[in-house]
Ligand binder design. Sequence first.
Ligand SMILES: *[C@@H]1O[C@H](CO)[C@@H](O)[C@H](O)[C@H]1NC(C)=O
Ligand SMILES: *[C@@H]1O[C@H](CO)[C@@H](O)[C@H](O)[C@H]1NC(C)=O
Ligand SMILES: *[C@@H]1O[C@H](CO)[C@@H](O)[C@H](O)[C@H]1NC(C)=O
Length: 298
Amino acid sequence: MLLEHFMALLVIMGLTTTFDKHNRHKQHFASLATATELSNIIPDNYEGYDPQFDNATEREIIAALGTTARLHCRVRHLGDRAVSWIRQRDLHILTIGIMTYTNDQRFLARHIDNSDEWVLKVVSVQPRDAGIYECQVSTEPKISLAYKLMVVTSKAQILANRELYIQSGSDINLTCIAPQAPGPYTHMLWHKDTELVSDSTRGGIRVVSEQQMKTSNLVISRVLHTDSGNYTCSADNSNSDSVFVHIIKSEQHAAMQHEMGVRLEVPGLWPLLLGISLLLVLTNLHAQHHMTRPFLVA
Ligand SMILES: *[C@@H]1O[C@H](CO)[C@@H](O)[C@H](O)[C@H]1NC(C)=O
Ligand SMILES: *[C@@H]1O[C@H](CO)[C@@H](O)[C@H](O)[C@H]1NC(C)=O
Ligand SMILES: *[C@@H]1O[C@H](CO)[C@@H](O)[C@H](O)[C@H]1NC(C)=O
């Protein structure tokens, strides 16, 4: 019985493998067929088929400081030519094919085999990276396509005083904006001190981000003393903004106001009180004087 099952399993396995092989053969033949068809259209030496740029690629790239920028160059009928990326500012050859020819390790060439896409990747974009880059094909004469890289500093800004005093039990609503952020999709993050707010175990926290508007609201309900701290908003890992929130006890708040009120009244009140007491003492003395005289006379 067991043996029968085992044999059946072997047969099924065998069948699947043959089926797999068959399929792979089919695929292989299919790709051979396509290759044959193609070779009928495009001769091996690509004569009459000069490399051509795909002009539809985005050639104005906006990147936020510190992020990774990608410049996409697509070349058809490349044949055995190489695609290079040149920085126009100093005519520095950054990459040839998939090799990097600069000491600056932030420049990388990316290419998927058999694709017509040659990508220049610039990691951790710096302000000095802004400028024109050329995608060049080693034809005779050379052909090239210019790309413009723009670097923006998407400084986040919290719309509030740098120090906030919030009464315990009330709500905090902080608004952060990043008007210069590139593209409609901006990731805005909130930190309290070093902790990511979204990782917090405290309930009653809401972050409402409006990506198109490049704003983010942090709402914390019924704040406690432990909510005091340094709140930071950052957009796309670029420059951030911070405010310090002090949570004050409501009774402490009332006491502080009362104390301030008393202190304010004191300077005005003292001379008046002093005057009144002096007047009272004087009147008293005067009265006593008048009262004792008739007594003495009598
Ligand atoms: C791309 O633009 C260049 C120059 O403007 C032009 O010579 C070439 O034919 C265009 N290529 C395509 C595929 O449109
Ligand atoms: C927080 O403030 C923003 C901007 O003033 C406002 O649009 C939003 O409705 C407020 N959210 C809450 C929960 O109060
Ligand atoms: C708040 O945090 C930011 C970011 O970590 C830091 O740059 C800033 O100095 C801090 N401010 C205060 C008052 O601690």
